[in-house]
Design a protein around this ligand. Structure first.
Ligand code: ATP
Ligand code: MG
Length: 394
C-alpha cells in the first residue's frame, strides 16, 4: 500500500494531442509550486489523473495540498491510498481498512455510499459491481450504517485505473486551464485592486502572463514597487511562477506632463503604457495585453476612453473585468488573496500626474493627432525605458 495525492483536472476540452501538452503544462506548474517544499516528490500521469508521490514520510500533506489546489487547471485534490494488488479481494480489504481509519466511529444511521469508477476497461467487474461489492464489505463491519445513493453523509471512492485508488474526500481546486496552455500575454499590473484580479482571470483561462509595472521614482515610492512585487508573487502561486518587468517610467511621464494638456494626460499615458506592454509582448511572444479596466469605473474607462486607447496597439486588449461591478472585483480579490496587498496605502501614481478633471469623452482622432505630434521626441525615451527594464523572476 502506498499513499499519494490524486489530482483531478478537467478532461472535456483536452482530447487527443492537446492532452499531452495540457498534462505536461499542468505537471510543470505543479512542480514549480511544490519544489519549495523540498519533499522529494514524483508526479505520475495516470489515465485522466495525476498522482503525486512524496518520498519523505514526514511530508506535511496539508502544506502540499495548499500548494497544489491553487494551480490553474486543478479541479480537486484527494489524499488517497493505492493498492499494490488489483484483484477485488485485495482492494476490498484495503478499502475497509481505509474506511475504518478514516471513520473510527460513525453515529447510528449514518448514510454512506461507495462510488466506484473503472477507467481500466479490462477489469473483470463493472463499476456498479465494484461499488456494491465494497459496500457490502463495509456493511458487514458497520451494520448500523445505511446505504444512500443520493446525498450520503459519507462517500468512499474507489477508482480502478492502472492502479487502484481509494479516498474519501476531494478538496476543491481553483479550476481553469494550466498556465501557458492558451499561449502568452502581458498584464499591465498596477498596485491597485483591479489589475491583479484581471490577471488572475485571464491566467485561469490558460494565458501565461508576464506582468509589467510602470514605476516613476521619486514620484512613486519604493514601497509602491514592493507592493506590486508582492502582488505578482501572489499571482505566481496559481501559475507556478511569474516574471515581473519594472519599467523606469519617470522620464516618459515627465515628458508627457510637459507636453500634453492636463485633462488629456491620463488617456495618453494609458496609450503609452499599452504600447510599452506591446513592445514587451513582442519580446516574450505575448499575443494580448491585459488590463484591469472596468467600464465606467473612472474617467479613463468610459466607452469613449476605451475607444481612444484601442488604436495604440495592434494586439488585442483583454479586459476581463469590463462587465464587473467594483464589489464583484473586490470579492474575487479577497478570494485570491490580493486585496490586503492592494489596499496598502502607497499610491501607484503620484497625484501631480493626475488632472483634477480628466476628460471623460476624449475624441479618438484628436488623441491620435497629439500622440503623432510628440512621438518623435517620445520614442527615444520609450526605447530607453524598455532597455532599462528590471526583470524579476517570482
Ligand atoms: P487598478 O485597480 O488595476 O489600479 P484603476 O481602477 O486604478 O485600476 P486605472 O488607474 O485607470 O484604473 O488603470 C487602469 C489599468 O491600467 C489598470 O488596471 C492597469 O491594468 C493599468 N495601469 C494603470 N497604472 C499602471 C501602472 N503604473 N503600471 C502598470 N499598469 C498600470
Ligand atoms: Mg490604479
Amino acid at each position: 500500500m502506498r499513499k499519494a495525492l490524486l489530482v483531478k483536472y478537467g478532461e472535456i476540452a483536452i482530447r487527443g494531442k492537446n492532452r499531452y501538452l495540457f498534462e505536461n503544462q499542468l505537471i510543470a506548474a505543479i512542480r514549480r509550486n511544490i519544489d519549495v517544499l523540498d519533499i522529494g516528490h514524483y508526479i505520475k500521469k495516470e489515465q485522466g489523473r495525476l498522482v503525486i508521490y512524496n518520498k519523505r514520510s514526514e511530508t506535511d500533506v496539508e502544506a502540499l495540498i495548499e500548494r497544489v489546489k491553487v494551480v490553474y487547471g486543478v479541479l480537486g485534490v484527494s489524499p488517497c491510498i493505492i493498492s499494490d494488488e488489483q484483484d477485488f479481494e485485495s482492494v476490498g480489504k484495503l478499502s475497509l481498512e481505509y474506511f475504518k481509519a478514516a471513520y473510527p466511529t460513525l453515529p447510528e444511521n449514518t448514510t454512506f455510499k461507495v462510488f466506484a469508477k473503472r477507467a481500466n476497461k479490462g477489469y473483470p467487474m463493472t463499476s456498479t459491481e465494484i461499488g456494491a461489492g465494497i459496500g457490502s464489505i463495509i456493511l458487514e463491519h458497520y451494520p448500523h450504517l445505511k446505504v444512500a445513493m443520493k446525498n450520503p453523509d459519507v462517500t468512499l471512492y474507489v477508482e480502478f485505473r492502472n492502479d487502484a485508488y481509494i479516498y474519501s474526500e476531494t478538496i476543491k481546486g481553483v479550476g481553469g486551464l494550466p498556465a501557458g496552455s492558451s499561449g502568452k500575454g502581458v498584464l499591465l499590473l498596477s498596485g491597485g485592486i483591479d489589475s491583479p484580479v484581471a490577471g488572475y482571470m485571464m491566467e485561469k483561462r490558460g494565458i501565461s502572463l508576464d506582468a509589467i509595472y510602470f514605476h516613476s521614482p521619486p514620484y512613486t515610492s519604493e514601497r509602491a514597487k514592493e507592493k506590486v512585487m508582492d502582488l505578482a508573487r501572489r499571482l505566481s502561486l496559481f501559475a507556478g511562477g511569474k516574471n515581473l518587468y519594472i519599467v523606469p517610467f519617470t522620464e516618459v511621464q515627465l515628458y508627457l506632463y510637459d507636453h500634453v494638456q492636463p485633462e488629456k494626460l491620463t488617456i495618453l499615458m494609458k496609450r503609452i503604457m499599452l504600447k510599452m506592454g506591446e513592445l514587451l509582448a513582442e519580446k516574450t511572444g505575448g499575443l494580448a495585453v491585459v488590463t484591469g479596466d472596468s467600464v465606467g469605473q473612472v474617467a479613463s474607462q468610459t466607452m469613449r476612453s476605451i475607444h481612444a486607447v484601442e488604436s495604440a496597439v495592434n494586439l488585442p486588449i483583454l479586459r476581463p473585468l469590463a462587465g464587473f461591478d467594483k464589489q464583484e472585483i473586490i470579492d474575487i480579490a479577497h478570494e485570491i488573496g490580493t486585496f490586503d496587498i492592494s489596499i496598502r496605502p502607497y499610491e501607484d501614481c503620484c497625484t501631480i500626474f493626475v488632472a483634477k478633471h480628466p476628460e471623460t469623452k476624449p475624441k479618438t482622432s484628436i488623441i491620435e493627432n497629439i500622440e503623432a505630434r510628440i512621438m518623435s521626441d517620445l520614442k527615444p525615451l520609450i526605447d530607453k525605458a524598455m532597455e532599462n527594464i528590471e526583470i524579476y523572476e517570482l
